[in-house]
Design a protein around this ligand. Structure first.
Ligand SMILES: O=C[C@H](O)[C@H](O)[C@H](O)COP(=O)(O)O
Length: 233
């Protein structure tokens, strides 16, 4: 379930601005989605011009984009660490402590994204202004093992949420993630306490990953028609 409001020009500016942060020799987490795609393409152009980087994709989509862009790929088990991850978000809320809470997973990639983004020394979010909200108010994507769908859906209802099995656009039946699981989009209305909700969802048996990224991001690059505003850092 995608947040499709933002303009592609704003997304392009944000993605290209964040790609400029990548230094020679860096291991880079390659996020998923239409905004992160601009960063991947910009990195590919930088690689063409001689930048030495290795990318760790977070999805089938970002892997394909990176291969097309000519970015050498690696994996978490082959590197000592990730220098920087650049990734999009469905919504971003600034916290009182200056950090950020996100909802991710509109493209069902949040499980691998969270592994890579959390491993990065610096996690930079790229977004257009339509993504900035206060508080977060977006159905939380919850990736679940197929067998756990009914029990997780029941507990989500007991927690006050409304779960919807994400349907595939060009296939009968549900979206199946890159990991072979299904996604429940869980609508809780405005999310006043993301940390507590994230812990409650993560604790449910059969939940592979939930889409609240609480306090993980170091900065948000917000593109617009006028330029890019950097928040955080
Ligand atoms: O699963 C997908 C990811 O979390 C995306 O980063 C998120 O949906 C934002 O995508 P977009 O930049 O296309 O709005």
């Amino acid at each position: 379930m995608k947040n499709t409001e933002g303009s592609s020009e704003a997304k392009r500016r944000a993605g290209e601005h964040a790609a400029d942060l990548v230094d020679d020799g860096d291991v880079v987490g390659l996020g998923t989605g239409s905004t992160a795609a601009h960063a991947i393409r910009a990195l590919g152009r930088a690689v063409d011009s001689g930048l030495d980087v290795r990318g760790i994709p977070t999805s089938f989509q970002s892997r394909q984009l990176a291969l097309d862009a000519g970015i050498p790929l690696t994996s978490l088990d082959a590197v000592d660490g990730v220098d920087i991850a650049i990734d999009g978000a469905d919504q971003v809320a600034e916290r009182n402590d200056g950090g950020f809470d996100l909802v991710k997973g509109g493209g069902a990639a949040h499980a691998r994204e969270k592994i890579v983004d959390a491993a990065a020394e610096r996690f930079v979010v790229v977004a257009d202004p339509s993504k900035l909200v206060d508080p977060l108010d977006y159905p939380v994507p919850v990736e679940v093992l197929p067998d756990a769908r009914p029990t997780v859906a029941g507990t989500v209802r007991a927690l006050g949420g409304e779960p919807t099995l994400r349907a595939a656009a060009h296939k009968d039946g549900p979206v199946v993630t890159d990991n072979g699981n299904v996604v429940l989009d869980c609508d809780f209305g405005p999310i006043e306490d993301p940390a507590t909700l994230a812990s409650e969802l993560a604790a449910l048996p059969g939940v592979v990953e939930q889409g609240l990224f609480v306090g993980l991001a170091d900065a948000v690059h917000v593109g617009s028609a006028d330029g890019v505003e950097v928040r955080g850092e």
